[in-house]
Design a protein around this ligand. Structure first.
Ligand code: GLN
Length: 311
């Protein structure tokens, strides 16, 4: 074996991190150092550079390891997100397989999961016939939300739907990988298609609906980072003119699927609390109220709790 380009003197992990950080910086790649640390650590069998055994920082790398680092780093030079390069990423302490073009779970979405967990802990009514809540996730992507709820609510069951075939396959793989496949139904379904909700009726009324839907305003799409625009499925992000296209479909179908005491938890754009509140007032037939708004860790209004109105 010979490297494409010889890397004279670059023999250990620490030196390779500096080498690739410098190249990434020069080429304007965001998070240059974190990217090179993740890549080098991954090739050496660790999740983070800090968690590598210190002896590996200075130990010479094999030609095979050098080649792997070179190939993965060239993907980063093409602006591929590090999550796709590594092929796995952690969410709520679970290691999930990642593959383009399925939406990469964002750290702020952990706030949505945590809110649902609090709700379940505080409201014993949200307990289904078999001892735990029945939860519907709309737009499951890699399965991050559904699988982290299942792993932290041992009695719960989840119906996870997505219109993308890649997403359905990836959620299935991740459920198997985490041994959670027995408590999840993964259903290919487009909630915007007429009457699609009827396919979910046989599973029984849901205690909760949770979703991180596509909510980016269409005109904002082109401002997204090249990592997103070139690799992730735009259908997971583009929410139409006011980012509300999928949100309104979810809200319109939820009353048919939810128990009387059921709740909906959504991740949204900071402009959406007002827009969604207004839209719900224009649809009294749905009997839904926006009962609470929460901020993400950047202090932006990001999550909505919507409930069926009392009788
Ligand atoms: N906050 C997300 C992003 O741009 C958008 C997520 C979404 O539409 N669900 O990364």
């Amino acid at each position: 074996w010979r490297p494409h380009r010889p890397l004279p003197g670059l023999l250990n992990a620490t030196e390779l991190v500096s080498h690739w950080t410098a190249i990434f910086e020069k080429r304007g790649i965001p998070e240059a150092q974190a990217s090179s640390e993740y890549i080098v650590a991954h090739v050496l069998g660790a999740k983070t550079f800090q968690s590598l055994r210190p002896v590996l920082w200075t130990q010479p790398l094999t030609p095979w390891q050098l080649q792997c680092i070179q190939e993965l780093s060239s993907c980063r030079l093409q602006r591929m997100p590090v999550q796709y390069i590594l092929g796995e990423w952690d969410f709520q302490g679970l290691s999930l397989k990642m593959a383009p073009p399925v939406f990469i779970p964002r750290p702020e979405t952990e706030g949505l999961v945590e809110w649902v967990l609090e709700e379940v802990a505080q409201r014993p009514h949200a307990v289904g016939a078999q001892g735990g809540p029945l939860i519907l996730e709309v737009g499951c992507g890699s399965g991050a939300i559904s699988l982290s709820l299942l792993s932290q609510l041992p009695q719960s069951r989840v119906i996870a739907v997505d219109k993308g075939e890649d997403a359905i396959c990836l959620t299935r793989e991740n459920a198997q990988r985490l041994q959670l496949q027995d408590r999840i139904r993964i259903v290919p379904l487009d909630v915007t298609s007429e009457g699609s909700w009827a396919h979910l009726l046989p599973w029984g009324p849901m205690d909760l609906v949770v979703s991180n839907p596509p909510y980016v305003f269409h005109q904002d799409m082109e401002q997204l980072a090249p990592e997103i625009l070139s690799y992730e499925d735009p259908a997971a992000l583009d929410g139409g003119e006011e980012g509300m296209d999928i949100i309104t479909h979810i809200l319109a179908l939820a009353p048919r699927l939810l128990k009387d005491s059921g709740s909906i938890f959504l991740e949204v754009d900071p402009r959406h609390p007002e827009l969604v509140g207004g839209w719900l007032q224009s649809r009294p037939d749905l009997s839904l109220d926006l009962v609470a708004v929460r901020k993400d860790f950047c202090g932006r209004s990001r999550f909505l709790h919507i409930q069926r109105s009392g009788p």
